[in-house]
Design a protein around this ligand. Structure first.
Ligand SMILES: Cc1ncc(COP(=O)(O)O)c(C=O)c1O
Length: 343
């Protein structure tokens, strides 16, 4: 029987969060509690008529709107099959065969897995007070430095000023800022690294899986120097973003009202979730994302308590932070389930 390349044996497969029996109780994967915009279903139904055509490899229409939104040239944007695809492309292009990367410990699992897959050397720098230790990360000699802002699974966020300092001081050739949760920060405009993506040493990743509620359709994008986009285009599967996903992304982007509603819901329910978990006697890491990390010396006890009321959450031990539990911001009904479980 053929054997995989030897370094692959060190990789722990990604373990996705599990769903509860109800939508309201499914709080393990940071999905949108309000779902996608109603415009998405209609756009997908219309796009299905063109299912026999290959998709536009560059998702031109979506790319054009994203370029206008972020005030960059379309050539600086690459739309991918979720941001996870783009993370893998970056690893193949800039880390394969002995490249070096630095990330936080715990890392976003795909940053870790992709660098292991391509045989890179990965330095993991422990968090300080639940946030990236940028001073320590800056000292690492690396081709790529990964910054997840807000960080998953802690929910802590760094201001743009801290990222600017990091980019100036870091030894990394490229800083990848993963902004999957940026829309849930108190002030995205002073947190996003998007202004730095125009310069060449910074690539910003965004996803439609969180605030836009399209996790099941797989759309994400990268904003970076056009030379980086050109390089990634060479190595990607050309039709990785399907016609339904492209149509859904466009419809979601155009529904600013839904975007605002999900943001408002997330901020109010995050506060309510934080205060009810705190009242129940747990410490909660102050979050800028659509989840909260709860300190629970006995993870299993808290997980079982929630499961008894139909709530599924993510064990911290599966995310590199044993002794914690990550709970996604729920619907109003989901909040009641959590409240009952903790009463
Ligand atoms: C930090 C971070 N980046 C990227 C992703 C994945 O995004 P996508 O669904 O676009 O692949 C996630 C999903 O949980 C995430 O937490």
């Amino acid at each position: 029987m053929i054997k995989p390349r030897p370094w692959l044996s060190r990789i722990e497969p990604y373990r996705p969060g599990v769903h509860a029996s109800s939508e309201d109780g499914s709080l393990a994967s940071n999905e949108s509690p309000l779902g996608a915009s109603p415009q998405v279903a209609q756009a997908v139904a219309e796009a299905a008529a063109g299912a026999h055509h290959y998709p536009d490899p560059l998702a031109g229409e979506l790319r054009g709107e994203l370029a206008r939104l972020h005030q960059v040239a379309p050539e600086q944007i690459l739309v991918g099959n979720g941001s996870d695809e783009l993370i893998f492309l970056l690893a193949w292009a800039y880390l394969a065969h002995g490249g070096r990367a630095v990330c936080a410990d715990p890392a976003y699992r795909m940053d870790e897995i992709s660098s292991q897959v391509v045989g890179a050397h990965l330095t993991k720098v422990p968090l300080r007070a639940w946030a990236h230790d940028l001073d320590a990360m800056a000292k690492a000699d690396a081709d790529i430095a990964y910054v997840v802002n807000p960080h998953n699974p802690t929910g802590t966020a760094l201001p743009l000023a801290a990222l600017e300092r990091f980019v100036a001081e870091s030894r990394a050739r490229l800083v990848v800022v993963d902004e999957a949760y940026i829309d849930f920060t108190d002030d995205p405009s002073t947190t996003t690294a998007m202004p730095l993506a125009r310069e060449g040493r910074v690539a910003v990743l965004r996803t439609f899986s969180k605030i836009h509620g399209l996790a099941g359709l797989r759309v994400g994008y990268l904003v970076a120097d056009s030379a980086i986009v050109e390089t990634l285009r060479k190595i990607r599967a050309p039709f990785s973003v399907g016609v339904l996903a492209q149509a859904a992304g466009l419809a979601a982007l155009r529904d600013a009202g839904h975007h605002q509603a999900v943001r408002r819901h997330t901020l109010t329910h995050r506060e309510a979730l934080t205060s009810l978990v705190t009242r129940a006697g747990y410490q909660v890491v102050p979050s800028q994302a659509n989840f909260v990390l709860v300190e629970a010396r006995d993870e299993t006890e808290l997980i079982d308590r929630l499961a008894g009321h139909g709530v599924a959450v993510r064990p911290g031990s599966a995310l590199g932070v044993p002794g914690t539990v990550r709970i996604s911001v729920p619907t109003t009904r989901g909040l009641e389930l959590v409240e009952r479980a903790l009463a």
